[in-house]
Design a binder for this molecule. Sequence first.
Ligand code: UD1
Length: 370
Amino acid sequence: MGRIRVLMVLGTRPQFIKSAPLIQQLLSRRKRISLNLVHSGQHYDPEMSHVFFSQLELPRPALNLNVGSGTQVCQTATIMLRLERFLKESKPDVVIVPGDTNTTLAAAVAAAKAGYRVAHLEAGLRSGDMSMPEEINRRLTDHCSTLLFAPTRTALKNLANEELSKNAWLTGDTMVDAMRTAIPKAKEIEETLLESMQLEVPYVLVTLHRPSNVDDPTRLREIVRSLQAAGELRLIFPIHPRTRERLLALGVNITRNRSRVCYIPPQGYIETLALLKNATCLLTDSGGMQKEAYLLRTPCITLRSTTEWPETLRKQANCLINDPRMIPTAIARAGSLDIRHEPFSNPFGNGTAAQKVTKILEDEVTPRNI
Ligand code: UD1
């Protein structure tokens, strides 16, 4: 029997992280599996892409679709068109699509329509908020996939509710696998990193990039005002390119300085974990960081009205606030919360998700003769 030809399509920062453990597993099974990576080019700045390839030791993609930035529709359609050509040439046995970005949806639809099997890594998440591009992406991706890898029991239940159980497996979350490798590295650099930023504990880590928070100037202005007013603690804010553009448009001074809110460039994976681990609390709208905070036991405030990771709401480890004016109170509350020594359950798996996914692929996918 020939090798299983696996194609993985990825293109954004969170996809690099959650795919890394699976890529390493698939590469370790060279005798049975051949792996090709395609980078959509959705994230293209060195600090949004290259740094993750080097920190996570990812192989060079076989192809970069260079989609760049654009509207939701433009990005999705362009990836589909450009990927179609590569699918015809490479004829994979299965196409793996991680996460819930435009890259995920575009690759899933293009592959399914061209007659290829689609495997969705991180299937079954639901926030219930269809105004989020990610919610559209994940629902549609699940429905055109034939292998669904659910990270949690809740995700598996969500798939059952949509009659998708037949193709679903509970595998755990590959982000737990990724963190296991990265945490010792984060511990190694944390002291030097904090020193280089002249950052002393306690501080609050802030990351915001969702269109719902940063694209509306009135809301963004309110957020900036609330950050300035949030008590005595310093706030360290690595700014995503989308947020950077919007802050500059508002005339906010984002040059790195010693003021209370300290804006810094986007950070690598290891640096982000080090900053998160040492933070008094996190204020975020990222999905992945809510979970990383939970696992590191850093109290989290999520500036959204919904979450696709309801497990993180346990033990008050994460709280949802939608009104930016609540930020100062939420930070004061989270800052006084000590959850580091609480007995916590870990609903995200035990760090063997990538192994489980690989085993399922080997069992379920038969190589086609071409
Ligand atoms: C995307 C994902 C989101 C994920 C996030 C992580 C979708 C719908 N959203 O959002 O789920 O949480 O990635 O970062 O796929 N830009 C640059 N350099 C880059 C990339 C982007 O300057 O390397 C700027 C561009 O101005 C672009 C903007 O950031 O217009 C937004 O980028 P985009 O790819 O549209 O989505 P994200 O906001 O990053």
